[in-house]
Design a protein around this ligand. Structure first.
Ligand code: FES
Length: 284
């Protein structure tokens, strides 16, 4: 019998005491899991049936990559986002159940990393870098223009989340492409050397259903598909995997390295022993 059928055949849920309800028995999975970070006297039952048989299988594949199951939490959360477009209470319960950790532990990670969204996201996630260098070169202006153009603020969605052409906007810290500033990303793919005008053109194209090619890197897809890739699933054809793995550094980024090669420069060898640290004047 498939796991989905086993779950369907196990409708009865008993709210066990919180301490004992940490992880439902893996051999008899239930679609209902007690969320532990709520008062003991009011356990909440969470329906995880949104995660289908294929998602359960993928979860097991992720877990098998690691010596300890709890190490699989980060890709597991990307898997959850590929299904729901955010990490819901059901997603938190699903991860806790699969990894045999508490929902509080899962929640702590979800709320720490900005890549995990707590509200349903749009078909596309547009991240505008507003860190120092990008901001000074126009990133703040780009973000302000997009806010006005889309009529949304940080982590808000223009259009119905998940529907075609919907866009979630966010400002982001340094996206590690300062030499190509100001930059923005769509579903974590780079669009370099942007202007407010080019950014507006880009989001308009996304809203029309177009997928303009990123400046470098893999072809643009939608945010949920990107989340599946981040969980480590690429499907067929192999070209997508190859495109994601291919080098994507821009010539500007490699300019220093090229200059060194052209001139035969090399970094001095590392000493066997680190030189002593300079003495620090004593505070009086
Ligand atoms: S400041 Fe924008 S990429 Fe570094």
């Amino acid at each position: 019998m498939s796991r989905a059928k086993k779950r369907a055949g196990n409708p009865a849920f008993t709210a066990r005491p919180v301490a004992a309800a940490a992880v439902p028995d893996q051999a008899a999975p239930s679609t209902l899991t007690t969320v532990q970070d709520v008062p003991v006297e009011r356990p909440v039952r969470v329906d995880t049936s949104v995660f289908d048989e294929q998602t359960w299988q993928r979860a097991q594949e992720i877990i098998a990559r690691y010596p300890r199951s709890r190490s699989a939490l980060l890709p597991m959360l990307h898997l959850v986002q590929s299904v729901q477009g955010h990490v819901s209470q059901a997603g938190i319960a699903f991860c806790a159940q699969q990894l045999e950790i508490t929902t509080a532990e899962v929640s702590a990670v979800v709320t720490f990393y900005t890549m995990y969204k707590r509200q349903p996201s749009g078909e596309h996630l547009v991240s505008v870098c507003t860190n120092t260098l990008c901001a000074a070169l126009g990133g703040d202006e780009i973000y302000a223009r997009l806010r006005k153009w889309l009529g949304v603020g940080h982590e808000e969605t223009a259009g119905q989340p998940g529907s075609k052409g919907s866009i979630t906007l966010e400002h982001a810290e340094c996206l590690a492409a300062c030499d190509l500033a100001p930059v923005l990303q769509v579903n974590y793919e780079f669009y370099d050397n942007q202007t407010p005008e080019s950014a507006v053109e880009l989001v308009d194209a996304l809203r029309r259903g177009d997928r303009p090619a990123p400046t470098r890197g893999a072809p643009l897809t939608d945010w949920r598909s990107t989340e599946l890739q981040l969980a480590g699933f690429f499907g067929e054809p192999q070209q997508l995997r190859d495109a994601v793995d291919a080098p994507s550094a821009a010539p500007e980024t490699l300019a220093g390295n090229q200059l060194a090669q052209d001139n035969g420069w090399q970094a001095p060898a590392m000493p066997d022993q680190a030189p002593p640290l300079p003495t620090v004047p004593e505070k009086k």
